[in-house]
Design a protein around this ligand. Structure first.
Ligand code: PLP
Length: 395
């Protein structure tokens, strides 16, 4: 087939040419005397994306999953209790990893399509007079269901109960795309990856660590080596790494940060909100609904769209892929076959979203879903036209 393949999954995202070009370089010596001139500003600039001045950001070869592991292995000991909630495949997998590490997980099972129950967290924290809970887990953006949770509300629950537990946030599909404030929300470990908001290939776990988390080395703590924060902190201080870093990806990361700062974080968040709103208008016009149960849970980086009873969302995904060269996100685990997902994060504009919506309409029509072709695209066009005019005039 000729033409570009459409990538409308919630990560990996579309990679800008500027980033590709930045990575088309010869391999370099990561122990060269001038390597720190590149690394020190890179690590300092990453802190701006995590909105932290007091913490540090570490970059490990790996992916988001490695970032989860780093949070656990650096700060907890076997048998420690962690408080978590499960409302989608990624919040489930993080809990599953905690269990594999021998932690005692108090995991609140929530309906998929809802998010972190901050009120229940508060009750459990208040009841934990002996402070057995050592860490509280929040998946800020559940990519499987298109749900965003309120990290600040969990910080407030910790503060109101005077509970000293560490706060861990999975920001894999939110950091750099949706507002995330490490210092203001008192987040101790914030986990991200390279292949979503950072618009890079997969291959880096990018982790924001507070001073409190860095200093927290419990007696008899879990073993750690590759993901040791203190080793990383020690070598990063001189602009180096404890082992061979993914230098090519780091060159890409430099270009990514330059693009992020050029646009400005606030503008990026606003762009994601507007693009997501167009998708939501389309879903509404199709007469379909989102997996997110209430508007307050709506994610600005991914929408999980529920197909009507009696239809299989995988048919839509397969048709879009094989017939139209468009990748839509699949439903995972409990929502497999029930939803397809449109990722709307990273390097994206109205045209790219309309391509995904148009491709979804083609596939939905082919598999016989009950909707009027064009209504979803039309609703998004109307919304973008109306809101874009104000933007264009202001520019
Ligand atoms: N957490 C969330 C919210 C995710 O969306 C993902 C991946 O999509 C992960 C964690 C796991 O990250 P990775 O696949 O980069 O290991």
């Amino acid at each position: 087939m000729s033409g570009f393949k459409g990538l409308a999954v919630p990560g990996p995202t579309n990679m800008p040419f500027e980033i590709r070009r930045a990575m088309d370089v010869a391999l370099e010596d990561h122990r060269a005397p001038d390597f720190p001139d590149f690394i020190k500003p890179l690590l300092a600039d990453l802190k701006k994306v995590f909105q932290t001045e007091t913490g540090q950001v570490f970059v490990f070869p790996g992916s988001g999953t490695g970032g989860w592991e780093s949070a656990i292995a650096n700060t907890l000991a076997p048998g420690d209790t962690v408080l978590a909630s499960i409302f989608g495949q990624f919040s489930y997998l993080w809990v599953d990893m905690c269990r594999k590490f021998g932690l005692n997980v108090d995991a609140i099972e929530c309906e998929w399509g809802t998010g972190v129950p901050a009120d229940l967290y508060e009750q459990k924290l208040a009841a934990d007079k002996e402070h057995k809970i050592k860490a509280v887990l929040v998946t800020q953006n559940e990519t499987a269901t298109g749900v965003t949770s309120d990290v600040k509300a969990v910080r407030e629950a910790l503060d109101r109960t005077g509970h000293p537990a560490l706060l861990f946030v999975d920001g894999v599909s939110s950091i750099g795309s949706i507002d995330f404030r490490q210092d203001e929300w008192g987040v101790d470990v914030a986990v991200s990856g390279s292949q979503k908001g950072f618009m890079l290939p997969t291959g880096l776990a990018i982790v924001g660590v507070s001073r409190k988390a860095l200093a927290h080395r419990p007696e008899g703590g879990l073993p750690r080596c590759f993901f040791d924060y203190q080793d990383m902190a020690k070598t990063n201080a001189d602009g180096f790494f404890p082992y061979t870093p993914a230098t090519t990806l780091l060159r890409g990361l430099r270009a990514s940060l330059d693009m992020i700062f050029d646009e400005g974080l606030e503008n990026i968040f606003a762009r994601h909100h507007r693009l997501a709103e167009g998708v939501r208008r389309a879903v509404d016009a199709w007469g379909m609904s989102l997996c997110a149960k209430e508007a307050k849970w709506n994610s600005d980086t991914v929408s999980a769209i529920v197909v009507p009873e009696g239809y299989n969302a995988n048919d839509v995904i397969q048709t879009a892929y094989h017939k139209y060269d468009l990748s839509l996100g699949a439903g995972l685990s409990k929502v497999a076959g029930k939803v397809f997902r449109i990722g709307h994060l990273g390097y994206l504009n109205e045209i790219m979203v309309l391509q995904a919506l148009g491709g979804a309409e083609l596939a939905m029509r082919d598999v016989g879903l009950p909707f009027t072709p064009g209504v979803g695209v039309g609703a998004a066009v109307e919304y973008y036209a109306a809101t874009g005019q104000a933007e264009a005039l202001a520019a």
